[in-house]
Design a protein around this ligand. Structure first.
Ligand code: PEP
Ligand code: MN
Length: 341
């Protein structure tokens, strides 16, 4: 249920409605729009008579949210969620007209590697540096990431080049550690339905990049986002990173449909990962152009100074030179759809 307050509702009226909602055993989530305040009423789906809420002072109307995801829904919040990252006097915004450019290696391999990649992607036009310190690998014998020391190298790159950091967190216990260094917490595709992790990042005060599971429907992705929002963290980005299909020429099938569909269903920013979405570097640039044309709010791209020697995902990693080409092409597509980098 959403409670739409009257345009001139006072703070006392809003507080009193929240108190009433909580007394009924629901959680109240406030969304302050440009014109009106909306109160999302979330909890057990028990029958409740909307007219009992409509009589409260300051309430204009009460509407049911018919979708299973509530706080993530456009029915709850009409305006796009805009996330602000502050890095060394600079503000990076995600979800408005600006396209967020995230780039970096799959894994942080060494201090030199991450600092060099940071410099090169920064020069090319990226504003957010990616790189895994904790890697979810299919095989337990593959490189699992350098852990905390890699987070320190990422922080050093942040300081040196003024880039925000996005990096994966794999378990609830890791959240405080990763949140100490990262500007954005990445929840990987394999963990999209790790509910304990979603709960933990929902309590963190850092934006979350939530990647779509390998075989997850869009509704399951939105329900996973709902877990994070329902724990009080409203800064969630949805990431389309390709799904499993019968197709073998590419690693995954990037679901371009997800971009307009998620934008329609939800107010949350949508980020596209063309690297995991295709698995081959040759396709990363054309698919990036398509993502921006379709309305994506940003791209997360794997870039390695020497892809042939990458410890993971070299085949889908761009050289810094090709990343520059990507940025220039995406800049032109963005302009064609009234966006900018
Ligand atoms: C990654 O970003 O390197 C990664 C492991 O992605 P995903 O969770 O989408 O497979
Ligand atoms: Mn990767």
């Amino acid at each position: 249920m959403v409670i739409v307050m009257k345009a001139g509702a006072t703070a006392a009226e809003i507080a009193s409605v929240i108190k009433h909602v909580e007394s009924l055993g629901f959680r109240a989530h406030l969304s302050e729009g440009e014109e009106r305040t909306i109160i999302g009423m979330v909890g057990d789906e028990r029958p409740i008579d909307p007219s009992s809420l409509e009589v409260l002072s300051g309430v204009e109307r009460v509407l049911p949210i018919l979708r299973p995801f509530k706080l993530a829904s456009r029915d709850f919040k009409k305006q796009n969620t805009v996330i602000h990252l502050r890095v060394k006097q600079r503000t990076i915004t995600i979800g408005n007209s600006e396209i967020a450019m995230m780039a970096g290696p799959c894994a942080v391999e060494s201090r030199e590697q991450i600092l060099e990649t940071a410099r090169l992607v920064r020069e090319a036009g990226a504003t957010i540096l990616r790189g895994g310190a904790f890697k979810p690998r299919t095989s337990p014998y593959s490189f699992q990431g350098h852990g905390e020391i890699a987070l320190e190298w990422l922080a050093e790159a942040r300081e040196a080049y003024g880039l925000a950091i996005v990096t994966e967190v794999m378990s609830p216990e890791q959240v405080p550690l990763v949140a100490k260094y990262a500007d954005i917490l990445q929840v990987g595709a394999r963990n999209m339905q790790n509910f304990a992790l979603l709960h933990a990042v929902g309590e963190a005060r850092k934006p979350v990049l939530l990647k779509r599971g390998l075989s997850a429907t869009m509704e399951e992705l939105l329900m996973a986002a709902e877990y994070i929002l329902s724990h009080g963290n409203y800064e969630v980005m949805l990431c389309e990173r390709g799904i499993r299909t019968f197709e073998k020429y590419t690693r995954n099938t990037l679901d371009i449909n997800a971009v307009p569909v998620l934008k329609q269903l939800s107010h949350l920013p949508v980020i596209v990962d063309p690297s995991h979405g295709t698995g081959k570097w040759e396709y990363v640039i054309p698919v990036s152009r398509a993502a921006i044309a379709a309305g994506a709010d940003g791209l997360i791209v794997e870039v390695h100074p020497n892809p042939a020697e990458a410890w993971s995902d070299g085949a889908q990693s761009l050289t810094p030179q090709n990343y520059r080409v990507l940025v220039e092409q995406v800049r032109r597509v963005a302009a064609a759809v009234d966006r900018a980098l």
